[in-house]
Design a protein around this ligand. Structure first.
Ligand code: K7E
Ligand code: CUA
Length: 653
């Protein structure tokens, strides 16, 4: 191993030399603001710190090479972060109302979408987002769409990356919660969503004494219609699974194209009940040494689901019953070590890497061997639901000890893998050929997922790895008992991993993230035409152009047609009577880059964000008489404070 001292001297000299070359030498004298060496010494920075700073700092106006889409955990949102600077660029509103984006604060389109995303008769104003998935074409991120799951309320959301806005949320009443999603197949043919905690499937209610008979797992394949930019619910289908608890999934690619790999735990089918003297779930569900990975043929399942009589419908969704799945050869099991968490397909699609939370190894399954066993019908037996089980020893490629509590694995461009090690709170780097551990690095602390640049594609870039840590403890200034989580950026270009940057993330527990090359994204700068509807991604029929403003009344409904431009609304008065229904169509008629206006009405819980070219509609009942200022909530110009008007609600009688 190279001596740290040597490394310090080398890089320190290099930095000072670079500074001297670019004219930043010690012109201000020792301790002066432009003496790099003196500043580093005064701040107590090591040479590794200086190198890390140089590798991550982005001067103003310079852009990041990569964009990371991270789950916002129980904020229900998606965070967008530049890599390597780790600058937070945006928090995309997904499952939770968000006032800056005017998401859920009066906009009719958002209101409708969020209302349609309720479940079990409840409006839902939060989600537990875990796994973002970028759309793929031929196994590579294409930068067009992003999907993310809501674990708490089994839902999948779709975000259009032309404007980074949520366009659709689909609900899955046949699941209790989900976890094995969102993951996409290599051309985004389908978005995969697997249930986590099993619930009764074919009956509305069954208590836990009927667990094995009535509770079931489920995996749903949501059909993605790229042309429409929407999930096609009618062409989507599910497959009934045994009532294990299902965890992470991943789609096969290359030789394993057409298949999905899905972990499970609690194959013990423990039903808990610690209050009655039973073993709690935590011990009941982790007794066995082996659980089952599910091997699912989605390509064939899609054909089967399209045939008459092959599915049963429940809550309006088509499900392939487990007997049909077995008979048609859609579902197989293979044992996997103890309470597995991550299942990750290698970039070449030849292997599946599984980590058992209670096992110090990663297990590498060979797709070739699994496929041979499936084709030959060579099984060791069947589970109690009749699903064929492959022989563990004959389908694995190998096992490698990586540390205590391995969770998730990501890949680089050199045939190596990175596994997060929760209990040892480190990342282990290992390579496939030969199968050996080559490096490890401590992370701070209790790491969950990892993300490498373009890591889930068939051609990862390597370069950067972000460790998403659950605990941050002593890494940041103390902010009370609820601490931020910690995204740690790690340089993986060289043989030894190097920690570059700690980014506190204080909106919710990050689970997974994906990192895409920034130049693959082609976001709108402004909406393409004045009067654009982000909901339909086309010209809105309610667009209001300059000169088309006005107010009209029909019975108790007052319709306002309004424009917004720096720095006024037109009209500036909205005169209604108490109890009137008020519909306001507003268009931001500007096409200037970044000239966003807001529209907030005091005390009515209304706020819109209207980006250049955007048309929005807000609808409400003026149920409280009085005078209510409305104003632009974005500081858009020197006369932004003057960009206001009054809602006059005349009292009845
Ligand atoms: Cu490990 Cu939901 Cu993927 Cu959290 S999950 S870490
Ligand atoms: Cu428009 Cu402020």
């Amino acid at each position: 191993m190279r001596s740290k001292r040597y490394l310090w001297a080398l890089t320190f000299t290099a930095v000072v030399a670079v500074a001297a070359v670019v004219g930043l030498g010690s012109c201000a004298g020792p301790g002066g603001s432009s003496d790099v060496g003196a500043i580093a010494r005064a701040r107590g920075l090591t040479e590794a710190d200086v190198v890390a700073a140089v590798k991550t700092y982005q001067p103003t106006g310079k852009f990041d090479e990569y964009i990371m889409f991270g789950s916002g955990g129980h904020s229900g949102q998606v965070v967008v972060i530049g890599v390597p600077s780790m600058r937070l660029l945006k928090v995309i509103a997904v499952f939770t109302p968000e006032p800056w984006q005017g998401y859920g604060y009066g906009s009719v389109d958002h209101q409708e979408m969020l209302a349609g995303a309720g479940m079990a008769g409840h409006d839902l104003s939060w989600g537990d987002s875990h796994h973002p998935a970028l759309s793929e074409t031929d196994g590579d991120y294409d930068g067009e769409f992003l999907f993310i799951n809501d674990k708490a309320n089994p839902r999948i959301a779709l975000i259009d990356l032309r404007d980074f806005e949520t366009k659709q949320i689909v609900t899955n009443e046949n699941m209790g919660t989900n976890h094995g999603g969102a993951f996409v197949t290599p051309n985004t043919e389908y978005v995969i969503e697997a249930a986590q905690y099993s619930i009764p499937l074919w009956t509305d209610y069954a208590d836990e004494s009927r667990y094995q008979e009535d509770y079931r797992g489920l995996v749903t394949l949501w059909k993605f219609d790229r042309e429409a930019g929407r999930i096609d619910e009618g062409r989507s289908f599910s497959i009934e699974l045994p009532p294990y608890w299902h965890d992470l999934s991943d789609a096969g690619k290359g030789p394993s194209f057409g298949w999905v790999f899905l972990n499970s735990f609690n194959t013990e089918m423990a039903t808990g009940g610690v209050e009655d003297g039973n073993p709690p779930f935590e011990s009941g569900a982790s007794q066995n040494d082996m659980d089952y990975m599910h091997i699912i043929n989605w390509e064939k399942a899609a054909e089967v689901a399209a045939q008459r009589g092959m599915t049963r419908t429940r809550n309006g969704r088509r499900i392939i019953p487990i007997e049909v799945a077995i008979e048609q050869g859609l579902l197989y099991l293979v044992p996997e070590p103890k309470s597995p968490h991550g299942a990750d397909v290698t970039p070449d699609g030849r292997f599946v890497v599984v980590s058992g939370k209670l096992d110090p190894t990663v297990t590498i399954y060979s797709w070739e061997k699994m496929k041979q066993a499936i084709d030959a019908g060579s099984f060791t037996g069947h589970d109690s639901y009749g699903v064929p089980i492959l022989d563990f020893a004959s389908v694995i490629e190998g096992q490698l000890e990586v540390g205590l509590g391995p969770l998730h694995t990501q890949f680089d461009d050199k045939g190596c893998a990175y596994t997060s090690i929760f209990l040892d709170t480190k990342v282990t780097k290992w390579c496939l050929d030969p199968l050996e551990v080559v490096d490890d690095i401590s992370v701070h602390y209790n790491v969950g997922h990892l993300a490498t640049a373009e890591g889930d594609t068939k051609s990862p870039d390597g370069k950067y790895l972000v460790a998403m840590n659950k605990w941050s403890l002593d890494r940041f200034n103390e902010v009370g008992p609820l601490l931020p989580q910690n995204f740690q950026l790690i340089d993986i270009e060289g043989d030894e991993m190097q920690l570059l940057y700690d980014m506190p993330i204080g909106i919710g527990e990050p689970h997974y993230a994906q990192i895409i090359k920034a130049d693959k994204l082609e976001a709108f700068r402004v909406y393409p035409e004045v009067g654009w509807s982000p909901a339909t991604m086309s010209l809105s029929s309610d667009a209001v152009l300059a000169g088309q403003e006005g107010v009209s009344r029909r019975g108790n409904t007052v319709t306002v047609r309004m424009t917004a431009i720096r720095s006024h609304f037109n009209p500036e008065y909205i005169r209604v009577r108490e109890g009137d229904r008020v519909i306001i169509h507003i268009t931001n008629i500007e096409q200037a880059f970044d000239a966003t206006h807001g529209f907030g009405i005091s005390k009515y819980n209304i706020n819109l964000s209207i980006e250049p070219g955007e048309a929005q509609t807000v609808e409400f009942v003026a149920d409280k008489a009085g005078v209510f200022p409305f104003y632009c909530t974005e500081f858009c110009s020197a006369l932004h404070l003057e960009m206001m008007g009054y809602l006059l609600v005349e009292p009845r009688g």
